[in-house]
Design a protein around this ligand. Structure first.
Ligand code: GAR
Length: 208
């Protein structure tokens, strides 16, 4: 059984997709052991509570320095002894020591087809604003392993979504979530939980 800790910052619709997939059996051999938010008011924490999943908040605001936050944050994650850490809309930079400790055991969902519209400053609605400003016709989402860079780790799954006439950033964000994010993030967890994923030479491979 793969023990999964999910890190969140906001609404938690991706967390909800994971919870639903575990409950429906779309994800097998995995359970969510805990949810950590950097934001006390994140609705994601409420979603966890409603499903009997332990949740806690650890915010950089509660600590004198980033180092102190990083130490406490890592200690909180370690307490749950996760086999896999899932960044589901988590908007805090992962401490390098944590990336090292959990090499190839942290995945992130990003709302674009990496390497487009990713890296520092590209998160949430900004990604969709940039895609519409550039006039691309196809967008999408990516699940990737987390390394020391921002959105640079091995790509595990991607799904494309069409841009439509009249799209606003908000409309596009919703379509990317519905058609891509909420599908590929649970799928990635199921693949990992069932031993189907390997990482070699900076690339992720899925076996049939
Ligand atoms: C999602 O669209 C996720 O891809 C994005 O934040 C949103 C969180 O929504 N993540 C990033 O931009 C990371 N760079 P949610 O809280 O409803 O799952």
């Amino acid at each position: 059984m793969l023990d999964v800790v999910v890190l969140v910052s906001g609404g938690g619709t991706n967390l909800q997709a994971i919870i639903d997939a575990v409950e429906s059996g779309d994800i097998t051999n995995a359970r969510i052991t805990g949810v950590i938010s950097n934001n006390r008011n994140a609705y994601a924490l409420e979603r966890a509570r409603k499903h009997g999943i332990s949740g806690r908040c650890i915010s950089p605001k509660d600590f004198a320095s980033r180092e102190e936050f990083n130490e406490n944050f890592m200690a909180a994650v370690d307490e749950w002894k996760p086999d896999l850490i899932v960044l589901a809309g988590f908007l805090v930079v992962i401490p390098p020591a944590m990336t090292e400790r959990y090499r190839n055991r942290i995945i992130n969902i990003h709302p674009s087809l990496i390497p487009s519209f990713c890296g520092t400053g590209f998160y949430g609605l900004r990604v969709h604003e940039a895609a519409l400003a550039r006039g691309v016709k196809v967008v999408g989402a990516t699940v990737h392993f987390v390394d020391e860079g921002t959105d640079t780790g091995p790509i595990l799954l991607q799904k494309a979504v069409e841009v439509e006439d009249g799209d606003t950033p908000g409309i596009l964000q919703k379509r990317v979530m519905e058609q891509a994010e909420w599908k590929i993030l649970p799928r990635a967890i199921d693949l990992i939980a069932n031993g189907k994923v390997t990482v070699r030479d900076g690339k992720a491979f899925v076996s049939p």
